[in-house]
Design a protein around this ligand. Structure first.
Ligand code: UD1
Ligand code: CA
Length: 476
């Protein structure tokens, strides 16, 4: 038997509890799929676990299992999790955290050295805290149970850590089962445990649901150990906020606000300025370059990448996009799944819809909507325009009020405007149509036929003149 093999079987095995209904959230969506700064609670906790490079993480699913498993599939595909097997174990009925672990143990194969058990609803958890817990477990001579606790000014809702006269942990008592004296205890259970497998397997057999919630509490393994004179060790987490649960919308909002501030401070350290650091909503996976400016009330979401020297004046939403250096996003822009080149100016008030590519120095003005279009270098659409399914060549000028008529009610068609073309104001380009290089479209034209290079196309009835019209009328 190779040592390598032995190593593989002696690793911490993570059990993440994610089967609960999350009743206090009052949501059709499972609690663990709610998000903090654009990332689900579940992914956040798994991310912290992944920091310890385990081989496998078992996630207990149950309530709306399909939705949680779909999220697990998405998470599994991320680079960060490429070396870790995330598997789902099923808890048939949500009979409590103890029952969740019983279900997990029935389905987990292999012989890990220890189980790391944690809930999926503590989104600000970091890998450092898990490392500290693991090291403490080892330093304390590997007790049967190692418990991470924390002290809270307001312990409402958490299980209280009850210690005996010697200071040994005797039990964890849930809020609803506490007497007045226990309720006053400020040391609480974080639900992060390191447990030896043999002990865990035997202890969960003794769990019952004789408590105010009629559930099988995992917390009761502590009193089992205490009664059997087995070792329990409990230490307080360094940063209480990391183990705060998001059980209600309010707790979720609070944690989201805290994380948002952490993210913004991180970007400040890397050279980003904020008009108002509390009024910028930058998601977890966003990247911002040096000397960027983020104006108030800006939302930057998804896998958006923003290069150096980009100014976002504010009141904008940018999602799943890239923005190259030197670009200015004026007030009130909405940009989705698009790629914006260097030194462009956008807005104020424009809508850049999915599939748009702007090359360098493109200028998009107010009240312009662009969908699935490619505008090449220095092209301009400064006012009141809709460009859909189109390409606009270098230096082309799209006049105010130009509309590409790309949809006949059934199918979409393409418009091609070649380099240097000039589209006069208030023109309709009925696709499919090509406007040639250097061609001009006269203002107010409805263009239905291709325009050759360098030609002028005008489509409008001739202006009629009735002389002295006003004086004739006034004679009547
Ligand atoms: C739990 C602890 C409490 C601790 C708190 C810290 C118990 C009985 N209580 O309370 O001592 O202070 O966490 O955050 O353990 N879950 C399942 N299956 C179930 C029930 C729950 O998988 O049948 C999962 C949930 O999805 C959740 C986690 O277990 O991720 C914790 O459940 P939750 O209902 O949030 O427990 P708390 O009341 O917060
Ligand atoms: Ca909880």
């Amino acid at each position: 038997v190779s040592t390598n093999n032995q190593k593989n079987t002696k690793q911490p095995h993570f059990i993440v509890l994610a089967a609960g209904k999350g009743v206090r959230m009052r949501s059709a969506k499972p609690k663990v799929l709610h998000q903090v700064c654009g990332v689900t609670l579940l992914e956040r906790v798994l991310y912290a676990c992944a920091g310890l490079a385990p081989k496998e993480i078992s996630v207990v699913t149950g309530n709306k299992r399909e939705l949680v498993e779909a999220e697990l599939e998405t998470i599994q595909k991320r680079e960060y999790f490429s070396k870790i097997k995330i598997s789902s174990v099923f808890q048939k009925e949500q009979k409590g955290t103890g029952d969740a672990v019983i279900s997990a143990l029935e389905q987990i194969k292999g012989n890990p050295e220890l189980f790391f058990i944690l809930p999926a609803d503590i989104p600000l958890l970091s890998k450092e805290t898990l490392e500290v817990a693991l090291n403490s477990w080892k330093e304390n001579k590997c007790p049967e149970i190692f418990l991470l606790t924390t002290y809270l000014d307001d312990p409402t809702g958490y299980g209280r850590i009850v210690r005996d006269n010697d200071g040994s942990v005797q039990a964890i008592v849930e809020e609803k089962d506490c007497n007045a004296e226990q309720r006053a205890i400020r040391e609480v259970n974080t639900s992060i445990y390191i447990v030896k497998p043999e002990f865990l397997r035997s202890a969960v057999k003794t769990l019952n649901s004789n408590n105010s919630q009629g559930e099988f509490y995992l917390t009761d393994i502590v009193s089992v150990a205490y009664q059997n004179k087995q070792s329990v060790c409990a230490e307080a987490a360094l940063n209480g906020i990391e183990v705060a649960g998001a059980n209600s919308r309010f707790e979720l909002a609070e944690l989201d606000r805290l994380r948002r501030l952490q993210i913004n401070i991180h970007w400040c350290d890397l050279g980003v300025s904020f008009e108002d650091i509390e009024q910028a909503y930058v998601d977890e996976r966003v990247e911002l370059g040096e000397d960027c400016f983020v104006g108030a009330n800006t939302r930057i979401q998804g896998d958006t990448k923003i290069a150096n020297n980009v100014v976002i004046e504010g009141d904008s939403l940018i999602t799943e996009s890239t923005i190259d250096s030197g670009t200015r996003i004026k007030l009130g822009c909405y940009i989705e799944e698009s790629s914006i080149g260097k030194d462009c100016t956008l807005g104020p008030f424009c809508h850049i819809r999915p599939g748009t590519i702007l090359d360098e120095q493109v200028k998009i003005g107010n009240f312009v909507e662009i969908k699935k279009s490619h505008l090449q270098a220095r092209a301009k659409a400064p006012h009141l325009t809709y460009l859909g399914d189109s390409t606009v060549g270098e230096n082309a000028n799209v006049g105010a009020g130009t509309i590409t008529c790309n949809y006949d009610g059934k199918n979409k068609f393409k418009t091609v405007i070649k380099n240097g073309a000039f589209i006069g104001s208030n023109s309709s380009l009925v696709a499919p149509v090509v406007i040639g290089e250097g061609a001009t479209v006269g203002a107010g034209s409805v263009i239905t036929k291709d325009v050759p290079d360098s030609a002028l196309a005008v489509e409008r009835s001739e202006q009629r003149m009735v002389n002295n019209w006003k004086s004739k009328k006034s004679k009547k």
